[in-house]
Design a binder for this molecule. Structure first.
Ligand code: PGA
Length: 242
């Protein structure tokens, strides 16, 4: 199982340092689960410092596709690698919806990250409207194919997909375990890499979601901001046989 905390634009460097120290006390070395945190760019250094020598990895939330260039405000994969960051999220639905991320730009970012030796968690998911129109599988197929095309077979060991139905992110409306299972099984038929579920995962619904056969872990937003609830989700995952 893989449990990933996406902190979005929350936590300063100081808050990150104390959170990471506490998190490590609780979940470092826990058997049966790999844990990743994704702080904001400004807190990555503190996270890498606090988690150095532990089993918990630090990923970014995004990265530019070029290694360097005249791109005001952007950060590249080699810059992240130099900090000790070992991977990044790509194409989170907030990037797709608020920052004009497309399948094409996502593919370029993935290429940049892999080229710098980093791992990738690429996000996919349908909106409420697409689900209501019965287009969930069509949307997932388009998004997953674009990601797969950017990752040659020999690099697939560094790719994870996160299925995050857009209507379930930050809304408290979780996909039912059955809905998650069927979307994950569909994605697994397209691409044989681990698939995380994301969208209002909390300590009280984590078990039912993670127990589904095609759910390989979780991408956790809101509930990852609190050590107690994130620790509980990690411990729940560790108890589920893979
Ligand atoms: P949420 O966010 O757990 O707060 O719904 C998940 C995500 O955006 O990755």
């Amino acid at each position: 199982m893989l449990i990933v905390g996406n902190w979005k634009m929350f936590k300063t460097g100081l808050e990150t340092a104390s959170f990471c120290t506490e998190l490590a006390r609780r979940v470092d070395g826990l058997d049966g689960v790999d844990v990743v945190v994704c702080p904001a760019y400004t807190s990555l250094d503190e996270a890498v410092d606090a988690l150095g020598g532990t089993s918990i990895a630090v990923y970014a939330q995004n990265a530019h596709w070029d290694a360097e260039g005249a791109y005001t405000g952007e950060v590249s994969a080699p810059m992240l690698a130099e900090l000790g960051v070992t991977g990044s999220l790509v194409a989170h639905s907030e990037r797709r919806q608020l920052f004009a991320e497309t399948d094409e730009s996502a593919a370029r970012r993935i290429d940049g990250l892999l080229g710098a030796g980093l791992s990738v968690i690429a996000c996919v998911g349908e909106t409420e409207r697409e689900r209501d129109e019965g287009r969930t599988e069509e949307v997932l197929e388009r998004q997953v194919s674009a990601i797969a095309a950017a990752v040659p077979p020999e690099e697939r060991g560094r790719l994870v997909i996160a299925y995050e139905p857009v209507w379930a992110i930050g809304t408290g409306a979780t996909a039912s375990p059955d809905q998650a299972q069927s979307a994950h099984a569909f994605i697994h038929r397209l691409l044989q890499v681990p698939v995380l579920y994301g969208g209002s995962v909390k300590p009280d619904n984590a078990r039912a979601l993670l127990e589904q056969g095609d759910v390989d872990g979780a991408l956790v937003g809101g509930a990852s901001l609190d050590v107690e609830s994130f620790g509980l989700i990690c411990e729940t995952a560790a108890r589920i046989p893979s």
